[in-house]
Design a protein around this ligand. Structure first.
Ligand code: KG4
Ligand code: ZN
Length: 338
């Protein structure tokens, strides 16, 4: 069977997304962002699930239309089982179950974190696929993990955050600086104009391959409070340098652990994924390792890096090939075993 068509649905957080894949090719990849959360400075779970309810039918319709595929041509339906917000996950899973049942086609559950990693296996011109084994650095608003990936479904978390995710560190720092949510991309923008050595923030001391970002957030808060007392305009006058220094520190924290992971595993193939891999500082630091240390690095196409359904679809395709199907009794999980 060489023609597999997967409809994939992602609704784990605040983006409602649907994609259609023909084998490992993406035919359509539709995302409806929920702008409502910006005014609250973070994702409000109840509002997220309400918005998913409104978005899911139009988003799936759009994905099928753009792919020029009818429901009857679909081979299977894949959905995000978790991790994520329960109310949000339930909208996607309920829809996927009903649709699979109505069409009498297989239902496939997908771990969102697997999907961020396997997004590298989407067939895309100009983007190489990593070879096994490789190390995946998954960095987003919800997660910070280093994963040793031995095969499509054989992977182990070898390091992860013990508190905030790296995206949260960016967003919370931005909030302290008075930037709107989500502040990560804005910190990046300012950072590109500033001096990364202007201010020094101490890096946390965490043993092994684990991360911690809550101390950095506190250090930035104290720094800002102190500087504001001396000069109320200090932040706005030094925004670029402050952002550059924060970003520099975060990138150093990530790179230190990645270097240690390479040393411990002997694996020099590195794939990054998750929304924070859009960060210019991280991209540059990762690319520089090719010359510096002879690593081979992989950064996926931007639309497959932030939350999207194409990455759910590529896992769906792999599971379809190995016949890993679910019954309608499968349950959504806010937290999920890897
Ligand atoms: O993967 P993603 O879209 O959603 C989650 O699963 O969390 O990641 C969103 C996170 C947010 O914290 C956002 O601020 C951060 O990614 N982000 C960035 C950049 N672009 C997105 N952080 C730093 N620099 C960026 N350019
Ligand atoms: Zn994600």
């Amino acid at each position: 069977n060489s023609d597999v068509f997967i409809l994939a649905i992602e609704s784990s957080c605040d983006d409602t997304a649907a994609a259609v894949l023909h084998n490992d090719n993406v035919l359509s990849n539709v995302v409806a962002n929920q702008l409502i959360h910006a005014q609250y400075g973070g994702v409000v779970p109840e509002l997220a699930s309400r918005a998913h309810q409104q978005n899911i039918v139009p988003v799936i319709d759009a994905a099928l239309r753009k792919a020029n595929i009818t429901k009857e041509q679909l081979s299977a339906i894949a959905f995000t089982q978790g991790p994520g917000l329960m109310g949000s996950l339930l909208v996607g899973s309920s829809f996927a179950k009903s649709m699979a049942l109505a069409l009498n086609i297989p239902l496939i559950s997908v771990n969102h974190m697997h999907a961020h990693i396997l997004a590298h296996f989407i067939d895309e011109e100009g983007f190489d696929k990593p070879n096994f084994p490789f190390l995946a650095l998954t960095i987003s608003g919800g997660h910070t993990q280093i994963v040793q990936v031995n095969d499509f479904f054989d992977m182990t978390i070898i390091g992860e955050t013990t508190d905030d995710a790296v995206g949260e560190a960016f967003d919370k720092s931005a909030k302290i600086l008075g930037l709107p949510y989500p502040g990560g991309p804005l910190v990046d923008k300012h950072a590109q104009l500033g001096n990364p050595k202007a201010f020094a923030f101490t890096k946390p001391k965490v043993p092994g391959l684990n991360f911690s970002f809550s101390g950095l957030k506190t250090a930035i808060l104290y720094f800002v409070q102190k500087k504001k007392l001396e000069n109320p305009d200090f932040i706005s006058e030094n925004m670029d340098d402050i952002c550059a220094s924060i970003q520099y520190t975060i990138v150093e924290i990530l790179m230190d652990k990645l270097k240690l992971a390479v040393k411990e595993t002997g694996i020099k193939q590195i794939a990054i994924g998750g929304g924070v891999s859009a960060n210019s500082g991280i991209r540059k630091a990762i690319k520089d390792t090719e010359q510096k240390y002879g690593w081979k690095t992989y950064v996926p196409k931007f639309e497959y890096t932030t939350d999207n359904a194409a990455m759910i679809g590529i896992v769906g395709y792999q599971k379809f090939l190995s016949q890993q199907f679910e019954t309608a009794a499968v349950v959504s999980k806010a937290r999920i075993q890897f």
